[in-house]
Design a binder for this molecule. Structure first.
Ligand SMILES: NC(=O)c1ccc[n+]([C@@H]2O[C@H](COP(=O)([O-])OP(=O)(O)OC[C@H]3O[C@@H](n4cnc5c(N)ncnc54)[C@H](O)[C@@H]3O)[C@@H](O)[C@H]2O)c1
Length: 239
């Protein structure tokens, strides 16, 4: 049975990916810093296991990968999805170095550390990595410098590691737009402004991740794919 390790899998898009892959018959290993939600998420999925993990800590990442391999014996896919999902911080003039480093540490360095420790196992299975960036890698609102930089960094990490790890391991990136995972009450207008006619769901991202790790996508590596219901191709002029 193939095994996927999903970071930030205790909720939101990560949990959506976990259920989707489990539904396709994969073993699922969830790595998340949330000590309550992480075991709960694993319990909600048949046969899943977990390790409470801080992706920004190399020691924690190493222990997580060892536990996953001990439990399932292999890793076929790594989904680097853990992130500080709120893009907004202080304005850049008052943004502390500590806060900048915290966002980069989780969102970008976390993906590097997981990649580093999973690669020996992914090579054995001709496996695949998905990095979860954001359309904010390409466009911004005010006061989101650290988040945008971390997501832009993930798109670059994706092509760099695809070149280094090929042909053994493929690496791709997903750039989601607005994916409603928090139960936020969306209005008609929220949906209608998307060319696709609605705000996104976790399954929209999970199905793309599943395709990209599958054999159907064997010729695709180093690429970033936007899944945003068309929002980033829509031209907007303010009156
Ligand atoms: N929801 C969206 O609209 C959207 C859009 C673009 C990109 N994204 C990206 O998708 C990913 C998932 O976002 P989401 O909306 O599901 O958010 P979420 O907050 O529901 O999930 C993020 C998960 O990451 C975990 N996490 C945070 N810090 C961690 C750490 N140091 N180590 C391990 N786990 C950690 C959290 O506990 C949480 O379970 C994030 O990387 C986010 O930036 C989300």
């Amino acid at each position: 049975m193939k095994c996927v390790l999903i970071t930030g899998g205790a909720g939101g898009i990560g949990l959506g990916c976990a259920s989707y892959f489990a539904g396709k018959g994969w073993s699922v290993f969830i790595a998340d810093i949330n000590g309550e939600a992480c075991p709960e998420a694993a319990r909600s999925i048949d046969g899943a296991d977990f390790a409470v993990t801080d992706v920004a800590s190399e020691e924690s990442v190493k222990a997580c990968v060892e536990r996953c391999v001990k439990r399932f014996g292999r890793i076929d896919a790594l989904i680097n999805n853990a992130g500080i999902a709120n893009p907004f911080t202080e304005p850049v003039e008052s943004l502390s170095l500590e806060e900048w480093n915290r966002v980069i540490g989780v969102n970008l360095t976390g993906a590097f550390l997981m990649t580093k420790h999973c690669v020996p196992y992914l090579r054995k299975t001709n496996g695949s990595i998905i990095n979860m960036a954001s359309t904010r890698a390409f466009q911004s609102e005010k006061n989101s410098e650290s988040y945008a930089a971390s997501k832009g960094g993930l798109t670059a990490l994706t092509h760099a590691s695809a070149v280094s790890l090929g042909p053994d391991v493929r690496v791709n990136c997903i750039c989601p737009g607005w994916i409603n995972v928090s139960g936020y009450r969306t209005s008609e207008r929220d949906h209608a402004q998307h060319p696709a006619g609605r705000v996104g769901k976790a399954e929209d991202i999970a199905s793309l991740a599943y395709y990209l790790v599958s054999d159907e996508a064997k010729f695709i590596t180093g690429q970033s794919f936007t899944a945003d219901g068309g929002m980033t191709v829509k031209m907007i002029y303010e009156d």
